[in-house]
Design a binder for this molecule. Structure first.
Ligand SMILES: [Zn+2]
Length: 540
């Protein structure tokens, strides 16, 4: 069965604390959602802010291949008309093919929050839905607090749905606004709603029925996805959620695992298999635009979702990938990763080296021993593939280091109210030649980097293209306070090529020096290995 996906990242998703999207950001995300195959994109609440109104103006000029744009707003105010209601008129101006109206389902909210009568609320729902149906719109009716309202007064909650259905709504969406419902309750209520609507003459069981049922859940009980799946299995066809579950408090229902579970586990159709392979990319793209770090442990799409670290697991996945994976990661655009760490067996080292195209020549044990020693001292190779590569390369008996750092001095000084200065002096050997260089820098690490390069550049001009693009420091033993060790992670680049290296020491300068050393030796070692391979193939 086809499921209709309704994305509200641009409206409900931006309710998340710390998340703010410009109009430009919203347009970018809308394009990406369209490529993913989402059926509806809720662009915002035009009555609530000018930014959303601008989005609706600009999205009209964007060609969407698949998705329909929806504007969100509430039913008309009590004792007023739609024509005189500013919020309703903002929805008219948004001029979208789909209008989503939110209304009250709970007598508590009608009487205490809206301060009107249950009867007037039914009229507000009916009038507002009919107003947009008369204007040829597809109308989605969001029944706010439906599950809580149902518990309080089932007959009234059902009556609000009847009001919307009779006025011509195309979809009735049951909202677990406070996110406190459990999957069994959700399924049971959806069943009751279906029976009720059938008695009223509305069949909601198929996607092409005149009226469909939808579900909108929140994650306050960590059950948003489970609740949405329960609702779908009970007969909801339309599902509302956000990318990465962004939303108020603990978030909205995360469309990413919902799509993957419905499609891969339960046989529903949400998007095409090609679109499903975009899932990882879409999740990371939206995180990047929202300026949030992607959750590395997110199910299906996280960097660690299919990472294998324990030695036994790695040995097993090397033989049968499915042995420790619930799905083939490529179906959602992710990949299996082998993590190298002190927990690893020789199999991890072998597979990781293979992935990097490195020959181990029987050195697994030596490399693993070295990794264990260094991890004990606070190093971590999981995110430092460049340093792992250098360990493997240096373990080869015929490895000739392109240079050797003999010693260094770093001086950081501040005189009066002048700026701080940093100077580094380095003693370094290339072949038989020993060199002394000195350089100043924006900080001690920068000065060190410059001094090392100054000595190396005459011998290795190719290092001129190598850039340090990221520098991160993390404290290894947080509970030790100042005695804790800094671990430095450096990311370097040459064109499209990237590698990260690690250093760890009680002294942050020494930790940086170690990571810097690996980061500069790696491109030279790679080039030598390549040159050697070419010579050998020419000779052979
Ligand atoms: Zn919501």
């Amino acid at each position: 069965m086809q499921i209709l996906l309704y994305d509200t990242t641009l409206r409900d998703g931006t309710q998340r604390e710390g998340l703010s999207l410009s109009v430009e950001d919203k347009l970018k995300i809308a394009r990406e959602l369209d490529l993913l195959g989402v059926h509806y994109i809720e662009g915002g609440w035009p009555g609530s802010n000018p930014k959303d109104a601008e989005f609706f103006q600009r999205i009209r000029r964007v060609t969407l291949r698949h998705a329909k744009i929806a504007a969100f707003g509430s039913t008309r105010h009590a004792d007023a008309t739609c024509d005189a209601d500013a919020n309703i008129q903002a929805l008219v101006e948004a001029d979208t093919p789909v209008v989503t109206l939110v209304g009250k389902s709970s007598t508590l909210h009608v009487e205490k929050v809206l301060e009107t009568t249950p009867q007037e609320n039914l009229a507000m729902i009916g009038d507002s839905v009919a107003y947009f149906k008369e204007r040829g719109k597809e109308v989605v009716y969001d029944a706010e607090h439906f599950f809580d309202g149902y518990k309080l007064d089932a007959a009234y909650a059902l009556a609000t749905l009847t009001a919307a259905a009779r006025a011509g709504a195309d979809c009735l969406v049951l909202c677990d606004t406070n996110g406190g419902s459990l999957p069994d309750e959700v399924a049971a209520v959806v069943q009751v709603v279906r029976q009720h609507l059938a008695q009223e003459g509305f069949d909601v069981g198929t996607p092409d029925a005149r009226l469909t049922l939808g579900i909108h859940t929140h994650n306050d009980g960590a059950l948003a996805v489970a609740n949405a799946i329960a609702a779908v299995r009970a007969g909801c066809i339309h599902v509302q959620g956000t990318i990465n579950g962004y939303g108020e408090r603990c978030g909205n229902m995360d469309l990413i695992p919902l799509i993957a579970n419905l499609q891969l586990k339960l046989g529903y159709r949400c998007v095409t298999p090609e679109q499903l392979r975009r899932l990882t990319e879409v999740s990371h793209y939206v995180a990047a635009v929202a300026n949030l770090n992607p959750d590395t442990h997110a199910p299906f799409v996280g960097h660690s979702a299919f990472a294998h670290k324990g030695g036994i697991h790695v040995a097993a996945v090397a033989k049968i990938p499915d042995s420790y994976q619930h799905i083939d990661p490529e179906l959602v655009g992710n990949r299996m990763r082998i993590v190298v760490s002190e927990l690893s067996g020789r199999g991890n080292v072998r597979m990781r080296a293979q992935e990097l195209g490195l020959e181990l020549n029987g050195n697994e044990r030596v490399v693993l021993q070295r990794i264990k020693e260094l991890e004990n001292r606070g190093f971590q190779f999981e995110a430092a593939e460049g340093s792992f590569e250098m360990l493997v390369r240096r373990a080869a008996p015929d490895y000739e280091p392109p240079f050797e750092l003999l010693d260094f001095t770093v001086v950081v000084s501040k005189h009066g109210d002048r700026d701080m200065t940093s100077q580094a002096m380095v003693k370094l050997r290339v072949g038989d030649e020993v060199m002394h260089t000195a350089a100043e820098g924006a900080g001690p690490v920068n000065a060190l980097d410059r001094a090392i390069r100054k000595a190396l550049l005459p011998h290795y001009p190719e290092l001129a293209d190598v850039q340090l693009v990221d520098y991160k420091v993390r404290i290894v033993d947080e509970h030790l306070g100042t005695a804790a060790k800094p671990r430095v992670l450096i990311e370097s680049a040459r064109g499209e090529e990237r590698w990260s290296t690690v250093g760890c020491s009680e002294n942050i300068i020494e930790a940086s020096f170690m990571a810097l050393w690996d980061s500069l030796e790696l491109p030279l070692a790679r080039r030598r290995a390549m040159a050697k391979a070419t010579t050998e193939s020419l000779q052979g």
